[in-house]
Design a binder for this molecule. Structure first.
Ligand code: GLC
Length: 777
């Protein structure tokens, strides 16, 4: 059963509401309102970005650097006008009008067309002991997306979403709190799109019309109300601005976009060697092998099991020669071992790096190594120390780190006994000297700051090589450091179905590099479920197969030839699409755009897309309509406005309609927009198997444009200019299809042939010297 569902626990105390505006003060970045003791500040950070803050006692808290990276002062000043009337103060930017009603004080926004955005309603803004909240009107036809990692379908209208990171073991569609929380959402109705980032790391909650239809409540257990309204003419603009606030992902190594194989656990060097050999023998591409907790010596982080992994450097280098990268798991719990000569425990105690209670006692709980203590990752010196500890792994050649159990997941009794989940005491001191606070404020940041330590450590230790970081827990901005997977799902059809809206909502929350365990973590997949999951998994930005201890094996070949062939075909397709995927990662890194997108992302005015959770777009051009139910061979597919092509047959359809797709087990229905330009490469068994000699541009007649991004795929040289972008355009003139290729930009010079293939028409090839050219078909 989900641990908690429904009503907000209340203190019973009554709310104090904000009073009338008594005075205003205009300054360079906005307007301050004196509301009789309380202080409301409206800052204009950009023409589409408004920050609203309310300090009930008049004094704002010092700035926290955790989620929002640029300080307000770092935004360049934008022009705005202030108009005063008896009833209200209006602030006008190029894109928005903010109206602050004087009596009672209420905040309202309007777009250029005068349409309402995030209007205060009811009590407007109010506080009581330990809590502060605001109430907003939900407009007719308004729908809600994002909210970080969430189960259930796409639209969150009528649900309650609590922000408190938790080991959501056995989660299902009624689960509220998850491993990662991101207090950000996007609201959508035809021609009106905006987002709200609730800038609080304390426990917080959105009630999206559940308690009172038509009313959205945002409440936090902090002392101050602080939120950003991000306006956008379309979702892409909202995400661009939101990720300007909270940061964007660094470009991962290209190999991290390949297929990852994981299990709890491949328990010895021999088992890992056999696994790797099997992939190569069967010609199933794979780039990454993950080592789960059993590679360690008694679950002591930063050690290797002397028995089962006695020569890690030898193993990792053999794997590397065969084209595999090795990723190791690291948990935050450090085995409590005062007499054990365990260097991580000893150093952490000597340096006073572990979380303590208010009485100064070390906090301890139970995780895999049983009694364990926990580093305070909120402190920069602790992150640096932890980051450096990764040397024991990088020296053996490890190229990526998988952070788990970092919500943090802790039990109050030895693991294995029935026990309660606990956290650090809410008043446990945490954080740096400058931002010293308590766990109540930093709880939601624990996993993220651990991932930050891993990211920074790996960056330092692996000199010019990009690393892969994966975390289970994160907060707004986690994309700056790590990819995220959706924890312990189950080998059941409903988890396959749920994976698409889950990942889409993560993408709409600024986290593009995400995935679910392909095949399901807990329980045993059937051959049919596994085949369907591989098809869907091929679309996940992070494609990792994983399964739990005591479950049946879940490698692509264990279900017999038919399933193996399906796995191979779809993993092959992913590798063929790598140039497309890599460009999408670059787009995410430079603009904050999701990689896997719900249809509403590109069709925000088409209300048919608002609840459409089981079709997805990979980038802007490829649309999948997967099968996620047993025994299903046909499914309805919605084709939005425009012309579409069947990926497999080239058949052409006019959109704004539903079709019935035939989808036998071997086939995941896949469509391409007219005008799409999809760069593809030959199948490789791993990304750098050999240099790319031929790039094929698959062009679907129509009008369109695509900018391809390329670099060496694994170093940071792209930051010094060693990258290339090439823009391709397709158009038609009468019966002719015209492909224009712009001169290549940047200093990276790929040497290869380009094949331009106009689907259903013909192909031409040329040696790509980076100059502009035009091809006619
Ligand atoms: C947690 C993780 C899972 C991992 C297991 C053992 O359950 O979510 O992915 O395999 O711990 O480390």
């Amino acid at each position: 059963m989900p641990q908690y569902f429904g009503k907000l626990p209340t203190t019973g105390a009554s709310w104090s509401t904000i009073g009338a505006v008594q005075g205003i003060q205009r300054h360079q970045q906005g307007v301050d309102f004196d509301c009789g003791g309380s202080h409301l500040a409206i800052s204009i950070l950009a023409a589409n970005l408004i920050r609203v803050r309310l300090a009930p006692k008049g004094e704002f808290m010092p700035r926290r650097s955790w989620a929002v990276t640029p300080d307000d002062a770092e935004w360049s000043v934008v022009p705005f006008e202030v108009k005063e009337t008896d009833a209200a103060v209006e602030i006008l930017t190029e894109q928005l009008r903010v109206r602050v009603q004087r009596n009672e004080c209420r905040v309202e926004c309007f777009d250029k067309a005068g349409q309402a955005i995030a209007h205060d309603t009811g009590m407007g803004m109010a506080w009581r002991t330990g809590a502060i909240a605001t109430w907003k009107r939900i407009e007719a036809d308004e729908h809600f997306y994002g909210f970080g990692e969430r189960t259930r379908l796409l639209d969150k209208l009528s649900e309650v979403k609590t922000n408190w990171t938790l080991d959501a073991l056995d989660y299902d569609s009624l689960t509220d709190e998850m491993y990662t929380c991101i207090p950000f959402f996007i609201a959508l109705r035809p021609n009106v799109n905006y987002g709200i980032f609730f800038n609080t790391t304390f426990w917080s909650q959105f009630d999206i019309g559940a308690e009172e239809p038509g009313v959205l409540r945002m409440e936090t257990r902090g002392d101050e109300l602080d939120y950003y309204i991000v306006y956008g003419s379309e979702p892409a603009q909202i995400l661009r601005t939101y990720t300007h606030l909270t940061g964007r992902m660094p470009l991962p190594p290209k190999w991290a976009i390949g297929y990852h194989q994981c299990r709890w656990s491949y328990e010895s060097e021999d088992v890992v060697r056999e696994l790797a050999a099997e992939f190569r023998k069967r010609r199933i591409p794979c780039d990454v092998i993950h080592l789960d907790i059993d590679y360690m010596n008694g679950y002591r982080v930063f050690t290797w099991s002397p028995k089962r992994f006695s020569e890690p450097a030898k193993l990792v280098s053999e794997l590397a020669q065969d084209g595999f990268k090795t990723v190791t798991i690291i948990d935050p719990g450090v085995k409590y071992e005062p007499e054990g000569d365990y260097h991580v425990f000893d150093a952490g105690v000597a340096k006073n790096y572990f979380v303590r209670k208010t009485d100064g006692e070390l906090f301890h709980g139970y995780v895999w190594p049983d009694k364990a203590v926990f580093p305070d990752f909120l402190r920069p010196e602790v992150r640096e120390w932890w980051g450096d500890l990764h040397r024991s792994l990088t020296e053996a050649g490890v190229a990526g780190i998988w952070n788990d159990m970092n919500e943090p997941a802790i039990a109050d009794r030895p693991f294995g006994d029935p026990g309660e989940k606990i956290w650090f005491p809410a008043d446990a001191p945490q954080g740096s000297e400058a931002e010293r606070t308590t766990h109540a404020e930093t709880h939601n940041l624990y996993g993220q700051s651990m991932a930050q330590a891993a990211y920074e450590g790996m960056k330092k230790l692996r000199s010019n090589q990009r690393s892969f970081i994966l975390t289970r827990s994160g907060f707004a901005g986690v994309q700056r450091y790590s990819s995220v997977w959706m924890g312990d799902n189950q080998s059941l059809w409903e988890y396959l179905e749920n994976s698409l809206p889950m990942l889409c909502n993560m993408g709409l929350s600024g986290v593009a590099f995400v995935g679910c365990d392909v095949g399901g973590f807990a329980g045993n997949a059937t051959a049919e479920l596994f085949a369907r999951w591989m098809q869907v998994g091929m679309l996940y930005p992070l494609m990792r197969g994983h399964s739990a201890m005591t479950t049946a094996q879940h490698e692509p070949w264990v279900f017999g030839d038919r399933t193996e062939n399906i796995c191979r075909e779809y993993i092959n397709l992913r590798y063929q699409l790598l140039p497309y995927f890599y460009t999408l990662f670059w787009e995410a890194a430079t603009t904050g755009a999701p990689i896997l997108r719900p249809l509403l992302y590109h069709f925000p005015n088409d209300t048919h897309t608002y609840k459409l959770y089981d079709q997805v777009l990979l980038g802007s051009s490829l649309m999948a309509a997967p099968v996620y139910r047993p025994g299903v061979e046909y499914r309805a597919v919605y084709l939005p406005e425009g012309t579409w092509y069947d990926w497999w047959t080239g058949e052409r359809y006019e959109g704004s309609t539903h079709i019935l797709a035939h989808a036998p087990l071997e086939k995941m229905p896949l469509y391409v927009r007219a005008g799409a330009i999809i760069p593809m490469q030959p199948v490789m068994q791993y990304v750098d198997e050999h240099p790319l000699e031929e790039l094929t541009l698959c062009i679907f007649p129509g009008n369109g444009e695509f900018t391809l991004y390329e670099d060496d795929g694994h170093t940071f040289e792209y930051q010094n200019g060693a990258w290339a972008t090439t823009t391709y355009r397709v158009s038609s003139e009468g019966l002719e299809t015209i492909v224009d290729i712009e001169a290549r930009q940047g200093q990276w010079t790929p040497s290869r042939q380009t094949i331009v293939q106009v689907v259903g028409v013909g192909e031409q090839r040329f040696v790509d010297d980076g100059t502009s050219r035009q091809l006619r078909f």
